[in-house]
Design a protein around this ligand. Structure first.
Ligand code: GLN
Length: 557
């Protein structure tokens, strides 16, 4: 492979595969191991390889795939990238997530360009070389270690090219630079109280049949594995006796790094890869877990949205709310409310027991009227409100209808013929990354290009937004097509809407608030993508703080 010749980095690679079944928490395990290695003073990067054919998850329904996570550079990625950023406290980009689709797309483009000089283009070596190149591309900055998580489960047809590529990399880079960790499930049979190792044995056998011998086996389990069980797995799976670890179920996901540290997996990794690791400083993680386990009270937040059945769709949002709770020493209870069910008569029944209302992002008109009713309730009853992206757009529509009395006001997304398109499709805007005007391709199948990734926003002093951020310019991540229609800005401001955040040239309206309300903030961007358990996002921190005040007020009445 030509790229290996030019690959000068000394980075070592840890490949994490999964066996037995999906949803074992491979992403969390990868992120937690990354956090531990980072705490040991190593420079760490991390990447997710997804075996599906979509070029990115951007076109997938959240019900299918869970949340689409957006990075600073505007890549639409797998939600595991969110875990990576939250656990490592670093920003990642489009090189940190590749799908089969993206790999194949690039190979096919090369083939069309004639790059393969008349050869037959095949899975091996062309696809596998492209995968190897993608893997090596994350390690260009002298990282000590790159953790590469392979999505899916060993045995899936789709995953084979990825597994073949990582098999080859051990030969390419040398044994001392590549480590394989296999995550499996060790189920507990409750009636007999027995732990079963057979699924793990089979999964490792599957992996070995394609030439990968794992170095470490991490076993997800409800209970700690005994020495006897670990020895049995080590023997049958051909790994060191001290290379079998339990990944025990924990209450809070932020306990995982500490639980894995107790097991000693990071130490074993450091030894096997001969990493210059020092003893880790885990005091921040301990403090975090202590805070999570000892809240001084609780608040209840109502999330009024469409994807309420599948919590994975709101992963980052859920986490950001927990972080807001941590910042206020509070436990945040979430009440998911399906906006399709809300109507004028019962809106109060749904919302009278919550201390704050959040309307998250979303696409399409389903459930929008219920969201607007919930927002009206929040505005008129002075319940703390945070509207994100679509939530902000609905807040603007609600304000136009109920305060400006533009009864038919709407977003062009839901009613393309509305006489008052207070939210509309912008066809051109200034892109701060490319320093060029970006044109929206409204003919594309996705229904128009989205404004994606981080954009600067200037805050108005004397606003709740400024109070939260304490700085004039912020950078926040976007994923949307529609924008606040500036034509209506003046009238809305006169009627009591505060425009507290705009793009530096004033063209794009990024944050709105309402006058005479303790805390009502709608933002066009997604603050949840930048919240971190160690650094809770200022908007979520203040939203939860205002929910706490509201609760106190409610109780005193
Ligand atoms: N559907 C809206 C738009 O495209 C909002 C998107 C979102 O909430 N992420 O502008």
């Amino acid at each position: 492979m030509n790229d290996l010749v030019s690959f000068k980095s000394k980075t070592k690679f840890i490949f994490i595969t999964g066996g037995v079944l999906s949803s074992l928490g491979k992403g969390l395990a990868a992120a937690s191991l990354g956090a531990l290695l980072k705490a040991r003073g190593l420079k760490v990067t991390i990447q997710k390889l997804d075996p599906y054919i979509n070029v990115d998850p951007g076109t997938m329904n959240p019900f299918q795939h869970g949340e689409v996570y957006v990075t600073e550079d505007g890549a639409e990625t797998d939600l595991d990238l969110g875990h990576y950023e939250r656990y490592l406290g670093q920003h990642f980009s489009q090189i940190n997530n590749f799908t089969s689709g993206r790999i194949y797309y690039s190979v096919i483009m090369k083939e069309r360009r004639g790059d393969y000089l008349g050869g037959t283009v095949q899975v091996i070596p062309h696809i596998t070389d492209e995968i190897k190149q993608a893997i090596l591309s994350v390690a260009q900055n002298d990282e000590d270690v790159a953790i590469i998580e392979i999505g899916g489960t060993v045995g899936d047809i789709e995953g084979l090219p990825f597994l073949e590529a990582i098999r080859q990399l051990r030969t390419d880079l040398g044994k001392d630079r590549v480590l394989y960790i296999h995550l499996t499930l060790v189920p507990l049979i409750r009636v007999s109280g027995e732990l079963k190792t057979k699924p793990t044995q089979h999964s490792v056998k599957e992996l070995r049949s394609i030439g990968i011998q794992p170095d470490i086996i991490l076993c997800r389990s409800e209970v700690d594995l005994s020495e006897e069980i670990k020895s049995k797995i080590a023997l049958f799976c051909n790994v060191d006796r001290d290379a079998v670890f339990t990944a025990k179920d924990v209450k809070h996901i932020y306990e995982v790094p500490l639980a894995l540290y107790e097991e000693g997996i990071d130490q074993k990794v450091a030894i096997l890869l001969r990493l210059p690791a020092k003893n880790p400083d885990l005091s921040k993680w301990k403090e975090l877990v202590y805070k999570l386990k000892h809240p001084k009270g609780e608040v209840k937040i109502g999330i009024v949205g469409k994807y309420v059945e599948l919590k994975e769709s709101y992963k980052s949002l859920h986490e950001a709310l927990i972080h807001g709770g941590i910042a206020n020493d509070l436990e945040v209870k979430l009440k998911y409310i399906n906006s399709e069910q809300i109507n004028t008569e019962d809106v109060q029944d749904y919302l009278s027991d919550v201390d704050g209302i959040l309307v998250p992002g979303g696409f399409g008109s389903r459930g929008v009227e219920g969201k607007i009713l919930a927002i009206e309730y929040a505005r008129t009853q002075k319940v703390p409100f945070l509207g994100i992206c679509l939530g902000m757009q609905c807040a603007v529509v609600e304000f136009a209808r109920n305060v400006l009395h533009l009864e038919k006001a709407n977003s062009e997304e839901f009613d393309p013929t509305t006489p008052n398109p207070v939210i509309y499709l912008m066809t051109e805007w200034y892109d701060y990354r490319t320093k060029k005007n970006q044109k929206r391709d409204i003919t594309s199948q996705k229904g128009g290009t989205m404004r994606l990734g981080a954009y600067p926003c200037i805050l108005k002093k004397e606003s709740n937004a400024y109070k939260a951020y304490q700085q004039e310019q912020i950078m926040e991540r976007h994923r949307h097509r529609y924008e606040f229609n500036k034509k209506y800005a003046q009238d809305m401001e006169k009627a009591g809407l505060i425009i507290s955040g705009t793009s530096p040239n004033g063209e794009l309206i990024e944050i709105v608030e309402v006058k005479d309300h303790p805390w009502f903030v709608g933002c066009q961007f997604h603050p949840e993508f930048k919240s971190n358990p160690m650094h809770p996002h200022p908007l979520f921190r203040d939203f939860i703080a205002s929910a706490k005040k509201y609760k106190k007020l409610k109780m005193s009445q």
